[in-house]
Design a protein around this ligand. Structure first.
Ligand code: GDP
Length: 525
């Protein structure tokens, strides 16, 4: 197959949703269709002992939330689909944000009993930063849901995107009969008890087909009337508007009952964009270019306790990865030979022979790779738009056993490479301060330090309210800041100078006094 054909068949997407809308369940069913799992596992949760394969960490199992991002690749029809899992909990929004820079489209999953929820609104804002096309799945039709037309109205009003229903539900809850596919002009009947396997579905061609009346009785006539209303009240699917992020195709179904997920996947593979271009400081890089480029959007420590290593997730923007190839890392100006990149097939890793634009590869990181790093075939490029955010919560971290200071520092620096937390080392003392965007991350850090580095740590209050990375055109301005405010200066995990402010007032006074120093709220890598 030619390079371009390989690239064109790829679809790289992530799921955005409010917690409990059904992201994990739909991921399992998607993988089932991709033949990645023979029998879709039981959804994670306190009740069941089984967990979705994408959720592999102890922490996740205990809490029943996804803390990490993993990548799953599977074939669907003639396409090759990459699904990037995003952490669902609010505290991990930074991680989610960066994952969304690595996809070309998103699936929005909505709990049809609830409608548009807070987290979905936030995530949609993030997808707008890069105009990501959105596909919508209205989930949980096997329950009593809200009026479907009202749901579409809510999406249009609250999320400011036009809705084009592709399927339309017939009944709901115990009376859920199936969906009518508006583009294929066929009714697909719902059968219960098929959640774990793929079975042939019963399809009735044509809306006026008497078989439909036989199959679903009075619902058939209701459907015909309803559709006239729907077609008048909603939008028709338009590929261009979809690609511009102005319109979303909407599918109805139940992830738990494994119904409708395949309709959605058909739409996704047909309409979602092939691997898209990405911006660098100098120029845009298109997936049609045959030379390798890619960027790191995520670093995950110790994914497999047996391997005890760190994996840097690289989104390939252009070209092809081949085992043993040499890649250039412009930030440190070095070439590295990559012979053991990994891919993740539903959580199992295998050594990869080749990968193309649109794919995600995992590079073993021995401390030289950072989030935001670019890899090329030699060209000096830097992809933009993958920031670190200044943390908003701070705690001093202390050891129960003071002899393990070195392990603690090593663990903290490695965990901070992942970008979920940041570690600050004040210039004037040996404190270690952990900064996070959300509360839950503090617990995750202590749990992982224990599990992965065998150190017992605890937190203490620290008088820090906010942090800013500092830079200046001339070194003398930084020296001046250091002379006046050394107590508030620290180095982060990557040795970048940071101002850690006890109060916002302190920060603004310092900013006024040092007009030649820039205080950055995000750090572009
Ligand atoms: P996540 O938090 O978005 O990953 O949501 P989960 O996939 O874990 O689902 C949350 C809960 O909703 C679980 O108890 C699921 O079994 C349930 N659920 C998911 N999809 C459906 C569905 O289609 N119908 C019903 N009735 N329950 C569902």
């Amino acid at each position: 197959m030619t390079y371009q054909k390989e690239v064109d068949k790829r679809r790289t997407f992530a799921i955005i949703s409010h917690p409990d809308a059904g992201k994990t369940t739909i991921t399992e069913k998607v993988l089932l269709f991709g033949n990645a799992l023979q029998t879709a596992g039981t959804v994670k949760g306190k009740k069941s002992g089984q967990h979705a394969k994408s959720d592999w960490m102890e922490m996740e199992k205990e809490r029943g939330i996804s803390v990490t991002t993993s990548v799953m690749q599977f074939p669907y029809g003639d396409n090759l689909v990459n699904l990037l899992d995003t952490p669902g909990h609010e505290d991990f929004s930074e991680d989610t944000y960066r994952t969304l820079t690595a996809v070309d489209s998103c699936l929005m999953v909505i709990d049809s009993a609830k409608g548009v929820e807070a987290r979905t609104i936030k995530l949609m804002e993030v997808t707008r930063l890069r105009t990501t096309p959105i596909i919508t799945f209205m989930n949980k039709l096997d329950r009593d849901i809200r009026d479907p037309l009202e749901l579409l109205d809510e999406v249009e009003d609250v999320l400011n995107i036009k809705c084009a229903p592709i399927t339309w539900p017939i009944g709901m809850g115990k009376e859920f009969k199936g969906v009518y596919h508006l583009l294929r002009d066929e009714t697909i009947l719902y059968q219960t008890g098929q959640g774990h396997t793929i079975q042939d579905s019963k399809v009735i061609k044509g809306l006026d087909n008497p078989e439909l009346d036989e199959a679903i009785g009075s619902y058939a006539e209701e459907l015909r009337e309803m559709l006239e209303l729907v077609q008048g009240a909603s939008h028709e699917f338009d590929q261009e508007e979809f690609l511009r992020g102005e319109l979303t195709p909407v599918f109805f179904g139940t992830a738990l009952g494994n119904f409708g997920v395949d309709h959605m996947l058909d739409g996704l593979t047909e309409w979602a964009p092939k691997p898209q271009a990405r911006q660098t400081h100098d120029r845009e890089v298109s997936s049609e270019e045959s030379k390798f480029t890619g960027f790191i959007f995520k670093i995950q420590a110790n994914m497999d306790p047996k391997h005890r290593d760190r994996i840097a997730f690289c989104r390939i923007v252009s070209g092809k990865y081949e085992k043993g190839m040499k890649l250039h890392q412009p930030r440190i100006g070095k070439d590295v030979r990559i012979s053991d990149a990994v891919t993740f097939l539903a959580g199992d890793r295998s050594v990869l022979e080749e990968a193309y634009a649109g794919d995600i590869i995992g590079l073993h990181n021995h401390g030289t790779i950072q989030i935001g790093d670019t890899f090329t075939s030699g060209e000096k490029l830097q992809f933009t738009g993958i920031p670190n955010f200044a943390p908003e919560l701070f705690k001093r971290i202390r050891l129960r056993d003071p002899l393990k200071q070195k392990q603690l520092l090593k663990g903290l620096i490695q965990l901070s490479e992942e970008g979920a937390v940041q570690v600050f080392r004040p210039l004037i003392n040996n404190d270690l301060i952990v900064g996070a965007v959300g509360v839950l991350q503090f617990d995750v850090v202590v749990a992982r330090l224990k599990a992965e580095y065998n150190v017992d740590a605890l937190y203490e209050h620290v008088n820090v309210t906010t942090a800013r990375w500092v830079s200046a055109k001339e070194q003398k301005h930084l020296d001046e800041l250091r002379r006046k405010s050394e107590v508030n200066l620290a180095l982060d995990g990557g040795d970048n100078l940071t101002y850690i402010a006890p109060t916002m007032v302190n920060l603004s006074i310092t900013q006024e006094r040092h007009p030649d120093v820039t205080f950055h709220q995000t750090r572009e890598h």
